[in-house]
Design a protein. Structure first.
Length: 68
């Protein structure tokens, strides 16, 4: 049972990282670029999106119930 739980934990950790890396690339790519550089606002928005997602997960975690 613990092996199954760890497998799912690893799956969601890796797939979440893969999803966020792709999403951050898409957000940055929405901004116009000069040569090979993007404006700092592209990276600021990407960081803000990650901060919002982290805050959302902390809020969800705060409402989980702990079994005794």
């Amino acid at each position: 049972m613990s092996g199954t739980a760890l497998t799912w934990l690893n799956f969601f950790t890796v797939s979440g990282g893969g999803f966020f890396m792709a999403a951050m690339g898409k957000i940055i790519d929405l901004f116009p670029h000069t040569g090979t550089t993007y404006p700092p606002s592209a990276y600021h928005l990407t960081f803000a999106a990650c901060a919002v997602a982290t805050s959302f997960s902390v809020i969800l975690y705060a409402f989980t119930k702990r079994e005794k």
